[in-house]
Design a protein around this ligand. Structure first.
Ligand code: NAI
Ligand code: MG
Length: 487
């Protein structure tokens, strides 16, 4: 890996502060977690998983085929019928609490592996991903024996086996978002992590095994898209929960049409982050930086379109550029790092394609002068000034540290522009006036709207989108509903 000295605007440097990884144990090879045991894939196939910041191979991961998925789904069905469905809800809750505590106990190891395998800065995996994952288990453990109170007058009933497919941007956290509510509502699970980031899900499998959760209640099968499709298409799967690209979301929706399977989809986003003239500008600059450069912009709710009111545009853009000069791109395990590695070569190529496209479309590109490591997949934080509504960089999800900038005069104008895209997951608003905030929360078609902050998550609040961003809510009391039949 390249010399880990960090340049700050060219003038001075930070000494490296890398997180220790000696305490971390990564096996050479990981099998499938089915029916409480780690088992070899039927065809004996494995694929490499790498560190996107060094390109070194970390481990080999089993590739599950249809037969393996069938075994996993049947194990989940059996565990549902024989054990989990019959278990008193209070007892189910105890297991979920135990998993939450074990995630906390192993948080350091999980954070380091998340950063090694996924590329995100250790500061984030340590302070956001892992604690939030534990909190999701804690939160939903509490609901397990209180479902009647969540839905007064209704009789909440579990669905059976749920198939869950998750992406690579928050690997452990997405596993927690999916598994915790499914277990709390009395369902059993077959989960597939993304092919580039299987390691923390497999660590979670170890935790689940150690927790004593009855065999087959949670099964974790690794593999590529075909493995995911086998889960979606399995006749014994009663519900599918998916987070990922809009393209795959559409495939899944077609696949379950005409079946009795329930489905929730969390898809892409292209959030507007809107700054009014009366906003606290310095605070807004921090929020904009957090909104798009957090986790390399690998966030479905990333604030990827900045709208700034004309009167403060010049000042805000100057301050934003200054702030971008101080951002540190590099080793995810270094505690100074602000922007880690792009998750995969494919994703970096996709982002690079949009960088070229943005310039061709006539927007003005700005990147700070920071250095980036020569090995691994890295991308400088990027602004596109003078972007216009019809540009593809404004309309399409880039999923990288790339921010388009547009100006506006009136609130009506910005509402129209913000809504005029296929997505509707989230938005941000920066203003001193509560009335403007309420105006926007009424008029923006977005599932989550942050005011004078950005990218704040909590297990108690629901999350989800409109339009091509998908449907169904995760988190909070709402997040229980997709896993229940309410009669
Ligand atoms: P993807 O949608 O292909 O992958 C997400 C998950 O779906 C992975 O576990 C994958 O193995 C699985 N999958 C792929 N094809 C499947 C199929 N036919 N049936 C069932 N499961 C399948 O996302 P990808 O290709 O990694 O990223 C492409 C773009 O999607 C990104 O550039 C980004 O724009 C968007 N994306 C959005 C995410 C979000 O959180 N909303 C997360 C990841 C990607
Ligand atoms: Mg894909």
């Amino acid at each position: 890996m390249q010399e880990n000295k960090v340049e700050l605007g060219g003038d001075w440097t930070y000494a490296p502060a890398p997180e220790d990884k000696k305490h971390v144990k990564i096996e050479k090879r990981y099998d499938l977690f089915i029916n409480g045991k780690f088992v070899k894939p039927a065809k004996g196939k494995y694929f490499d998983t790498i560190s996107p910041s060094t390109e070194e191979v970390l481990s080999q991961i089993a590739e599950a085929d249809e037969k393996d998925v069938d075994t996993a789904v049947k194990a989940a069905r059996n565990a549902y019928d024989k054990v989990w469905k019959k278990m008193p809800a209070k007892e189910r809750g105890k297991y979920i609490f135990r998993i939450a505590r074990m995630i906390q106990e192993r948080s350091r190891e999980l954070a380091v592996i998340e950063s090694m395998n996924g590329g995100k800065p250790i500061r984030e995996s340590r302070d956001i991903d892992v604690p939030l994952a534990a909190n999701h288990f804690f939160y939903y453990a509490g609901w397990a024996d209180k479902l009647e109170y969540a839905f007064p007058g209704k009789k909440p009933q579990s669905l059976g086996v749920v198939g869950q497919i998750i992406p690579w941007n928050f690997p452990l956290l997405m596993a927690a978002w999916k598994i915790a509510p499914a277990l709390a509502t009395g369902n059993t699970v077959v989960l597939k992590p993304a092919e580039t980031t299987s390691l923390t899900a497999l660590k979670l499998a170890e935790i689940i095994q150690e927790s004593g959760l009855p065999d087959g209640v949670v099964n974790i099968v690794t593999g590529h898209g075909k493995t995911g499709a086998a889960i979606v298409n399995h006749p014994l799967v009663n519900k599918v929960a998916f987070t990922g690209s809009t393209d795959v979301g559409k495939i899944i929706q077609k696949a379950v049409a005409g079946t009795n399977k329930k489905v929730t989809l969390e898809l892409g986003g292209k959030a507007a982050n809107i700054v009014f003239e009366d906003a606290p500008i310095d605070q807004a600059v921090e929020g904009i930086v957090n909104g798009i450069f957090f986790n390399q912009g690998h966030v479905c709710c990333a604030g990827s379109r900045l709208f700034v009111q004309e009167g403060v545009a010049e000042e805000l853009i100057r301050k934003l550029k200054d702030r971008m000069q101080t951002l540190i791109v590099g080793d995810p395990l270094d505690k100074n790092t602000d922007i880690g590695a792009i998750n995969s070569k494919e994703q970096l190529q996709k982002i690079d394609h949009y960088l070229k496209l943005g310039s061709e479309e006539g927007a003005e590109m700005y990147q700070p002068s920071c250095s980036i490591p020569s090995k691994g997949f890295f991308c400088k934080p990027t602004l596109f000034l003078h972007a216009s509504q019809s540009h593809r960089i404004v309309q399409e999800e880039i999923f990288g540290p790339v921010l388009t900038v547009q100006t506006f005069r009136t609130i009506e104008e910005v509402v129209e522009k913000a809504n005029n895209i296929p997505y509707g997951l989230s938005a941000g608003v920066w203003t001193d006036k509560g009335s403007k905030i309420f105006n926007l929360t009424q008029n923006l078609r977005a599932g989550v709207i942050w005011a004078n902050t950005y990218n704040k998550f909590d297990p108690t609040s629901p999350f989800g989108g409109y339009k091509e961003s998908g449907f169904g809510r995760e988190g909070g009391l709402h997040g229980l509903m997709p896993y229940l039949e309410l009669t």
